[in-house]
Unconditional design. Structure first.
Length: 105
């Protein structure tokens, strides 16, 4: 069984037990579970439910594995030819790492 969810404009294919990185969100202290309501597709052994745009009543429940995880370092270059202008800036996105526990249809 797997589902395709939308989180912050990105679509992720998840199954039960998968560990995925989603955008960091401000969770209240002590919350160890996150629910994703924007489910676009659910597949259960050949039985596929496609939402228009969302599957009604479906959600994906996940437990928080790590509060804050840094992604890989990205570099942004700025350059103007013949002007002697060069800039290099680095950026590391912060993510929330979760483990999918169940898919509710």
């Amino acid at each position: 069984m797997y589902a395709i969810i939308e989180d912050s404009g990105r679509q992720l294919r998840v199954s039960e037990g998968d560990v995925v990185d989603v955008d960091l969100r401000g969770l209240p202290e002590g919350v160890k579970e996150v629910a994703f309501d924007r489910v676009l597709l659910v597949s259960d052994q050949g039985n596929v439910q496609v939402g228009t745009p969302l599957v009604a009543g479906a959600k994906v429940v996940a437990e928080v594995v790590a509060e804050q995880v840094k992604g890989e370092k990205l570099y942004v270059y700025k350059f103007r030819r013949r002007k002697g202008y060069r800039r290099k800036v680095g950026h590391r996105q912060k993510y929330l790492r979760v483990r999918v526990t169940k898919i509710v249809t």
